[in-house]
Design a protein around this ligand. Structure first.
Ligand SMILES: Cc1cc2nc3c(=O)[nH]c(=O)nc-3n(C[C@H](O)[C@H](O)[C@H](O)COP(=O)(O)O)c2cc1C
Length: 220
C-alpha cells in the first residue's frame, strides 16, 4: 500500500476480530511510529500495550467505571465547548454514525450501549495507551500527535485497525494503577487495536471531511 493510499483508506475501527496480534507485528508498528519527527528529536512518547488477562481486567474495570457514570478526570481537560463550525461537525459526525447503525435520535438506551463499547475496547484483543511526562509542554503534545498518526498509519499498513479513544482517556488514574505507572505519566489518549472485522456493521460507517478549499487560503 503506498503512503497516500494508506492515508486515504485509514478509518477508525470499532469492531475487531478475536485473532491475537503477534508481538513481532506490534514491534514493527512501534518501530515505524518511532520514526516520527519530534521537536529537537526529543521523542517524548511512552507507550503501554495491553493484551490477554491484563487487557480483560482493565476492560472490566473501565466498563464498570463508565457504566456507573463515574465522572471522568482527564489529564488534559476535555473541551467544554467548540466554535460553531466544529460543534456542527462534531454533532453531524454523531448523527451520521448513529444513522449508519439505524439507531434513532431518541434511542438513548442503544446510544449508551454503543458508548459503553469504548470501554470494552470494541472487542479488540489489544489496547494501547500513549503517555508523556508531566514536565513536558505544548511542543511535546504536538510530537505525540505526530507519533499517534504514524502509529495508526503503520498499523493500517500492517493490516491492523485502530480507534483512538478520548472516552477511555477519562479514567487515567485507573489505567495507571493497572499498569503500575506513577501519576507523573500523563495519558494523552487510549486506543483499541487489533485486526478489523469489516463485517461488523459499525465499521461500514465512513466519516466525512471538509473540501480542501474550506480549510485552505491560497495567496497567489
Ligand atoms: C483524540 C481522538 C479521540 C477520539 N476518541 C474517540 C472515542 O472516544 N470513541 C470513538 O468511537 N472514536 C473516537 N475517536 C475517533 C474519531 O471519532 C474519528 O477519528 C473521526 O470521527 C474521524 O473518523 P475516522 O477516524 O474514521 O476517519 C477519536 C479520535 C481522536 C483523534
Amino acid at each position: 500500500m503506498d503512503l497516500l493510499q494508506g492515508i486515504n483508506t485509514r478509518q477508525s475501527i470499532r469492531g475487531f476480530k478475536q485473532t491475537p496480534v503477534p508481538e513481532s507485528l506490534l514491534r514493527e508498528v512501534l518501530q515505524a511510529a518511532g520514526r516520527s519527527p519530534s521537536y529537537k528529536n526529543t521523542q517524548p512518547w511512552e507507550v503501554s500495550i495491553v493484551s490477554g488477562k491484563t487487557r480483560d481486567a482493565l476492560a472490566d474495570k473501565l466498563f464498570k467505571l463508565a457504566s456507573d457514570n463515574t465522572a471522568p478526570h482527564y489529564d488534559f481537560p476535555a473541551p467544554e465547548s467548540w466554535p460553531a463550525a466544529m460543534d456542527f461537525r462534531s454533532k453531524d459526525h454523531g448523527t451520521r454514525r448513529f444513522n449508519a447503525l439505524g439507531i434513532g435520535r431518541d434511542d438513548s438506551k442503544l446510544r449508551n450501549e454503543l458508548r459503553l463499547q469504548n470501554f470494552k475496547f470494541f472487542g479488540a484483543p489489544c489496547a494501547a495507551f500513549f503517555f508523556m511526562d508531566e514536565s513536558l509542554e505544548h511542543w511535546s503534545t504536538l510530537d505525540m500527535g505526530l507519533f499517534l498518526q504514524s502509529f495508526t498509519l503503520a498499523a493500517h499498513g500492517a493490516g491492523l485497525g485502530t480507534c483512538m479513544q478520548a472516552s477511555v482517556s477519562g479514567y487515567p488514574e485507573a489505567i495507571r494503577e493497572s499498569l503500575g505507572l506513577p501519576s507523573s505519566k500523563k495519558l494523552i489518549v487510549a486506543m483499541s487495536l487489533g485486526y478489523p472485522d469489516m463485517e461488523a456493521p459499525i465499521n461500514s460507517y465512513q466519516s466525512t471531511r471538509m473540501e480542501v478549499d474550506a480549510f485552505t487560503t491560497w495567496h497567489r
